[in-house]
Design a protein around this ligand. Structure first.
Ligand SMILES: [Zn+2]
Length: 229
């Protein structure tokens, strides 16, 4: 697959044309039900995507961080056409996957999995409080009053380098009311006892949960989780 734009188009085609065993356009329907069900995520069965477009399924497994944002955009454009009011309300859709063809044992997670989409199963041993995570920070230039929006991707807050209006290089204040926040939570999941080799201590991994999947499970719960490393 040559470009990210092509993957956006290919994913749009998947939503519009994929039919399940009952000949229903399954994901068009899922989108049309999002508002009544109050959902912010479109959950895709990986085997459906694989059956429809093997190349697209492979690129998202190998390189989810580049391709998933474009799937999100494609799904959101479809939602905006169907239900502009709900689209305005939720502002973004998360495309999430389930039913990956193979599971990665926690103990085997290694360098070759970095940046890939994986399915892991384990027991939640710790869960942090839910905290706000800023996705779009709004700054006001204190020299001229210009508002500057900065998209945020990790825990280090990006600040403007220069005001596009007056060229000032300092004096930017964060305006929380104009910024966009989502919920964020950190959990640790640990190997299940039955997976543990004799005499070994259980391994665990930390996971960042964002937006609508925070607080859906508690310590002690067994979960299967599809995400990126
Ligand atoms: Zn300025």
């Amino acid at each position: 697959m040559a470009s990210l734009i092509q993957s956006e188009e290919a994913f749009t085609r998947f939503i519009e044309e994929y039919r399940d065993e009952r000949e229903e356009v399954k994901y068009e329907q899922a989108l049309s039900e999002m508002a009544v069900r109050g959902l912010k995520s479109l959950v895709i069965d990986f085997t459906d995507l694989y059956a429809f477009d093997e190349d697209l399924a492979r690129v998202v497994l190998d390189n989810p961080l580049d391709h998933l944002p474009h799937f999100d955009i494609a799904a959101f454009s479809k939602l905006r056409m169907r239900d502009p009011m709900y689209a305005d309300q939720i502002r973004r859709i998360h495309v999430r996957f389930r039913g990956l063809p193979f599971e990665t044992p926690l103990r085997r997670i290694g360098a070759e999995h970095i940046g890939r989409l994986v399915l892991v199963t384990g027991i939640i041993v710790r869960a942090s409080a839910v905290q706000p995570f800023i996705t779009n920070a709004a700054y006001r230039c204190t020299s001229c009053g210009e508002m500057i929006l900065m998209e945020q991707t990790d825990q280090f807050l990006k600040t403007p380098v220069q005001c596009p209006s007056c060229n000032s290089r300092r004096g930017f204040e964060l305006v929380p009311k104009e910024s966009v926040f989502i919920d964020s939570q950190r959990i640790s999941i640990q190997e299940r006892p039955e997976e543990l080799p004799a005499g070994q201590l259980p391994r665990s991994v930390n996971v960042e949960l964002k937006d609508d999947v925070v607080d859906v499970a508690r310590p002690g719960d067994r979960i299967s989780l599809t995400g990126t490393l």
